[in-house]
Structure formats: structure tokens, C-alpha cells
Design a binder for this molecule. Structure first.
Ligand SMILES: Nc1ncnc2c1ncn2[C@@H]1O[C@H](COP(=O)(O)OP(=O)(O)O)[C@@H](O)[C@H]1O
Ligand SMILES: [Mg+2]
Length: 233
């Protein structure tokens, strides 16, 4: 009887954990010269991975920029923990980007003139976290730690920037075509690092991609089509 109750409550808490909302956007609309999308609603839960797909130029990167706080939409709201991010005081918004959000773009923002290891140490200092050397090994960049950024290949820089972002232990990963400049096998390895991270750290991920195989690895898939966001998985 007691065991039964314990089991039930364990299941209950497990479900509750998975259903916890990390990020929620309501009625997002944006246009540059012409309307890109309107009335987009999307919710990201703990441990969840969401892919955003759609044809080139449909607004995937723009939507991701909005969700990760870098671009204020023409209208709509984005909530992190019941706080609307675009109405936060500037200092709080910067803290959110620094501590909670991990933003991975194709163009990687590494500090040139520093070594690979020094780039990771900067993340350690800024976020008060320590480098995960297992992760460095898994990403196959352990042997390039002493090299300067300029000496690294595009793929190595990309993996280093992913390592730097994961070092700060973000709650939400926003990734825009993160494996676009990697060969297929390295791309798969990098993606499995990101998927493992999300499950292990109770984080969430929103991934923009034009690759269906990659999108299919996510729990949910949304497509921007004809100005609206449709759930396709
Ligand atoms: N900062 C900007 N100013 C003006 N137009 C932009 C800006 N960013 C993107 N666009 C335009 O908005 C459209 C959608 O771009 P983007 O979100 O990058 O699409 P996707 O990532 O789906 O390929 C494109 O036509 C692009 O040229
Ligand atoms: Mg894009």
C-alpha cells in the first residue's frame, strides 16, 4: 500500500517535471519589408527539443532571434518563468542571456587572439561554472586546447563555441543550423551532445534546421508556412 502510494507520487512528480514550462511565446508577429509571420504561439517544456523548419527566407532565424531575446517582435510576448522578457529591465535581460540562454549560431563568436582553452576559461569566469572536460573529449577538441582560434578549422571553431556555450550550463539552448558547416558524422556527434545535454541538465532546446533528418530527432516539429507556424510532429 505504502509502496503503491510512493510509486504513484514518483510518477506524478516525474510527469510534472517534464511538463514544466521553460519558455512561452504568445501571438508573435514580425515583418521587415513584408510580413514574415503572425500570431505565433509556441511553448517549450523542460527536457523538450523543438525543431523549427521551413523554406529559406520564411523567417526561421528571425523567429529564433525573437525567442532568444535578441530581436523585439513587432507584436507579441515571450515569457521566461512568468516574466515577459522584452519588458525586463535591461540589466535583467542581459543576465538572462548570460546565465540562462545558450545561443548557438552558425557564425561563432570566439575571442580571436586567445587560445581554445582561454575561450572556455572566459565562460568559466563569466558564469562561475567549470569546464566539463568529458564534453571537450566527446566533442573531439581536447587536442586543440592550446591552439589559437585562427589555427582552427571551421568545424573545430563550431565545436569549441558549442563547448563554450554548454560550459555556462544554459537552461535553454537556441540553435540556428548549428551543424551547417560540419561533415555528416561530426554533425551527428555534435547533435547527440546537444540532445544528451538537454535530457541530463533538464534543459530545453529550440533548433532551427532545414534538414528533415535532424528535425525528426526532436520531440516536436513546427513549420513556418504561409505566415503561420504549424505543428507537423
Ligand atoms: N535585420 C533584417 N532586416 C531586414 N530584413 C531582414 C533582416 N533579417 C532578415 N531579413 C529578411 O527576412 C526574411 C527572413 O529571414 P530569415 O529569418 O533569416 O529566414 P530563414 O532563417 O528562414 O532563412 C528574409 O527575406 C531576410 O532577407
Ligand atoms: Mg536562417
Amino acid at each position: 500500500m505504502d509502496n503503491q502510494i510512493l510509486e504513484n507520487s514518483a510518477t506524478h512528480f516525474h510527469n510534472k517535471d517534464e511538463l514544466e514550462v521553460l519558455l512561452q511565446a504568445f501571438k508573435i508577429s514580425h515583418n521587415f519589408d513584408y510580413p514574415l509571420f503572425s500570431n505565433i504561439d509556441i511553448t517549450l517544456h523542460k527536457k523538450e527539443t523543438i525543431a523549427i523548419i521551413g523554406s529559406s527566407g520564411c523567417g526561421k532565424s528571425t523567429l529564433l532571434n525573437i525567442l532568444c531575446s535578441l530581436l523585439k517582435p513587432n507584436s507579441g510576448e515571450v515569457f521566461y518563468k512568468n516574466k515577459e522578457i522584452f519588458t525586463l529591465p535591461h540589466k535583467k535581460l542581459l543576465e538572462l542571456r548570460r546565465d540562462i540562454f545558450g545561443i548557438i549560431f552558425q557564425a561563432h563568436y570566439l575571442f580571436r587572439g586567445f587560445s581554445a582553452k582561454e575561450n572556455l576559461q572566459i565562460a568559466e569566469l563569466l558564469n562561475n561554472k567549470s569546464i566539463d572536460y568529458e564534453l571537450i573529449k566527446t566533442l573531439k577538441i581536447d587536442h586543440i586546447m592550446e591552439q589559437g582560434i585562427g589555427e582552427l578549422s571551421g568545424g573545430q571553431q563550431q565545436r569549441l563555441s558549442i563547448a563554450r556555450i554548454l560550459t555556462k550550463k544554459p537552461k535553454i539552448i537556441f540553435a540556428d543550423e548549428p551543424t551547417g558547416n560540419l561533415d555528416k558524422q561530426t554533425a551527428n556527434e555534435v547533435m547527440s551532445v546537444l540532445f544528451d545535454y538537454v535530457k541530463k541538465e533538464n534543459a530545453g532546446m529550440i533548433l532551427v534546421t532545414h534538414e528533415d533528418d535532424l528535425a525528426n530527432l526532436c520531440d516536436k516539429i513546427y513549420k513556418i508556412d504561409n505566415l503561420i507556424l504549424k505543428r507537423v510532429k
